[in-house]
Design a protein around this ligand. Sequence first.
Ligand code: NAP
Ligand code: SF4
Length: 697
Amino acid sequence: MAHLPTPGSSSASPYPHLLAPLDLGFTTLKNRVLMGSMHTGLEDGRKHFPAMAAYFAERARGGVGLMVTGGFAPNIAGWTKPFAGMLASSGAARRHKQVTDAVHAEGGKIALQILHTGRYGYHPLCVAPSRIQSPISPFTPRELSAAGVERQIKAFIRCALLARDAGYDGVEIMGSEGYFINQFLVTHTNHRKDEWGGSYANRMRLAIEIVRRTREAVGRDFIIIYRLSMIDLIPDGSSWAEVVELGKAVAAAGATLINSGIGWHEARVPTIATSVPRGAFTWVTKKLRADLRAAGVNIPVVTSNRINTPEVAEQVLDDGCADMVSMARPFLADPDFVNKAAQGRGQDINTCIACNQACLDHAFQAKLASCLVNPRAVHETELVIKLSPVKKRVAVIGAGPAGLAAATTLAQRGHLVDLYDSADRIGGQFNLAKRVPGKEEFEETLRYFGRRIEATGVKLHLDTRMDAAALIGGKFDDVILATGVTPRNPRIPGQDHPAVLSYIDVLLGRKPVGQRVALIGAGGIGFDIAEFLVSEPGHSTALDLPAWLAEWGVTDPEQARGGVVRPVSTPPARQVTLLQRKPGKLGKGLGKTTGWIHRAALKMKNVEMLSGVNYESIGAHGDSLGLFITFGEKRENGTVLEVDSIVLCAGQEPLRELLEPLRAAGVTTHLIGGADEASELDAKRAIDQGTRLAAVL
Ligand code: NAP
Ligand code: SF4
């Protein structure tokens, strides 16, 4: 049984609870920070193992107490997809040694996650308690026989033993998020009549057998984390009594730590997106921890989801929600998170903004993960930032995401960098994005870059519009144009009407917006403006947990199985119509893992979505403003939308008028970000491009 010391022994520590060691009896974790499991794609190919070793070593060096790898299947049936990462042979275990050796050399600890996907497996060999297809895989699983269940248990145990042979400090048994073990626990997916189905004792038998027999096999001095689904967020999910019973049984079966699982993958409630309030689910872990303690079960409990700063993590521990905090994406954003916190440099942390754009979205597209705010993540061996052998004078024009990334990386490498922007602050389009309800996190990136400018010695010139003559006269070795974008002019007859607004005027509050609004363009910005306009001014549910829980229908799992009830949304602040010319569903180009959230959020606010539209003209229509539209190539079904305001969100054009004169004068000039390519521009590409250019200049 683990022994829990009193946290906060050192009063000098900036985060006394977070940085207190955790004694697990046979080993001690140096702090209360768990780097949660995250699929990076490195798991899925042997050629990636050196990169995986470097990736984890960098995070071990950064001071994290315990790390968990991305999921590895214990057998073929448990694959996430064909030929996905699997640990089922001693040959594979030998490959993992390079990871564990690299981590241990940095003084870190690492556990391997055993992930059996069951009916979530994206392959024809998937298995499950019952033959019930999941909504997120086209493959119907094969129902396991009783002997088949036994084979899966043996595979888990073999995998844990191989992990121990490979030098891991422990394993995490993935029992949540709707994967294989979770599928046995609930009647939603388990219709069995044998000893693995029916009563709850039968349904939880698989989880307990796996933990108990794994403990017997690996011995006492090996960490077993059980990731327990504390709130399923699906209608027929576990009841609270079942969750508590499982927690007690898992502890008795030999688990060292219980980690929090929040929501199945098929749940229609966002659990980690940026619009989810920080620490939105820590109350669930707190509830379980309290019930376990009341029953005399003292196993350390780990909380998770949308914890992205040391302040939030510290608060969560101080509030008694958990004994440890799991953060996953924050370690993609900043491998030095813990060291910076420990040194009292929390403001220097590159904060995960929970956008999912380079991590989860990549994982779902079978691409290697990275991080929007840290393109080196998962690319440590390939994107190396080294001191430059020569010191160049470089001018960077534009302090948006691309320019900021380029300028600070160049200065870090020892170059002399002047960064110019005509605005009175850094950030470019991020200053607009952060005003959108649910995108408040973008401010953190601006804070981070502000600190980086100071730390790296970039000379910042705000309120300064540089022209070509000044740049040519400045005799820079290189000029980087990160001048960004300007809104595209859609050239709709009548658009010069005073009630036709640019999205910039709307976000900056420079012009009043009426009650009925049509939005021309349904890209990232059209969706953002829609969310901005349907929300009450100054109110964001991302900053109001009770309102957010009500809006998504989340309740105490003691009140309803799975913790879901009918959502209760406040009425929209405006009546909004979102339009696009393309046929088909709106928001197709939004992020894979977040597009559905944006669509659902707008649906709740009764936003009308029209596609296949032609914008014929704009003009007065009685007392209203009229937007005359037709549909399809034949321009049929003409109708007039009566509105009070129209907002243009028709995409962007690059701003690069400095390029020609500079190149003509022989100045070495580089284009990055929106100035290079405005279509499909996003901050991920901008920061990546700025960093990569700066790494080689
Ligand atoms: P966008 O995503 O390229 O969307 C432009 C929209 O304007 C499209 O709906 C397009 O649809 C429409 N459009 C294009 N040309 C038009 C024309 N001549 N007349 C009328 N409509 C026209 O650009 P954006 O919305 O300006 O966003 C800029 C970038 O920022 C995007 O690439 C986006 O990824 C990024 N961003 C991302 C997010 C996010 O949530 N991840 C949020 C905000 C911004 P039709 O051509 O079909 O009409
Ligand atoms: Fe966080 Fe976005 Fe980076 Fe993912 S890509 S780790 S969500 S900042």
